[in-house]
Design a binder for this molecule. Structure first.
Ligand SMILES: CC(C)(COP(=O)(O)OP(=O)(O)OC[C@H]1O[C@@H](n2cnc3c(N)ncnc32)[C@H](O)[C@@H]1OP(=O)(O)O)[C@@H](O)C(=O)NCCC(=O)NCCS
Length: 175
């Protein structure tokens, strides 16, 4: 597997995922926008730490073409922390370890290319695949935010996960 920056020829596939409520629902807000609006949103500069634009396309070895996207953003105006997000866009290839491998590569990349001390993730408490994905990578559940996320006409609780640089390097070290 590899992560690579999105290119314009990926946009129709990525848009088909973002414009399909079945792909992001039922654990996320669904914001439908036009294709032109989506393309404009992809133009956000890489150096904007708050951007929610996809940072990397997930591609399987020997099978070119996107199967997912991952991103990261800085969720807090003061705290120096970064949060990852991830989507395996084709439901047919979910449950095969691709999501976990993609988040592993992204977390490696963030610890290698930035000085952040902690990488975080937030998961709707009902989003079992997402929680299990990060737990399997060694992210610790640090707490649960009550009523932190509004989607599908109600407030949802959200688990907060994090892994420190030291924990990640211990995890990656050969035994
Ligand atoms: C969350 C998501 C990325 C997982 O991708 P994936 O490639 O299916 O995940 P993996 O195959 O790496 O599996 C990760 C863990 O989730 C579990 N899992 C996967 N699908 C599951 C399901 N439908 N129900 C319960 N657990 C599931 C796997 O068993 C694995 O846990 P385990 O090793 O403890 O058994 C994918 O479901 C998705 O894109 N969902 C929509 C977007 C989303 O919710 N993103 C997360 C919010 S940022």
């Amino acid at each position: 597997m590899r992560l690579r920056p999105p290119v314009p020829s990926d946009y129709p596939t990525l848009y088909s995922w973002f414009s399909n409520p079945e792909i992001v629902a039922p654990y996320d807000r669904f914001l439908s926008e036009s294709y032109d609006g989506f393309v404009r949103s992809m133009a956000v500069p890489d150096n904007d730490p708050t951007s929610l634009a996809p940072r990397f396309v997930v591609e399987r070895s020997g099978a070119p073409g996107p199967v997912g996207v991952v991103g990261h953003f800085s969720p807090h105006p003061v705290l120096e922390t970064v949060e990852v997000w991830y989507i395996i866009g084709d439901p047919a290839v979910r449950g095969q370890g691709l999501g976990r491998e993609a988040v592993q590569l992204l977390t490696d990349h963030l610890f290698r290319s930035t000085s952040v001390e902690r990488v975080g993730a937030t998961c709707d408490v009902e989003n079992t695949p997402s929680s299990r994905l990060v737990e399997g990578l060694g992210f610790r559940r640090e707490g649960t935010l009550q009523g932190a996320f509004y989607h599908h006409a109600r407030w949802h609780d959200v688990h907060l996960y994090g892994v420190t640089r030291e924990e990640w390097s211990r995890r990656a070290a050969p035994t």
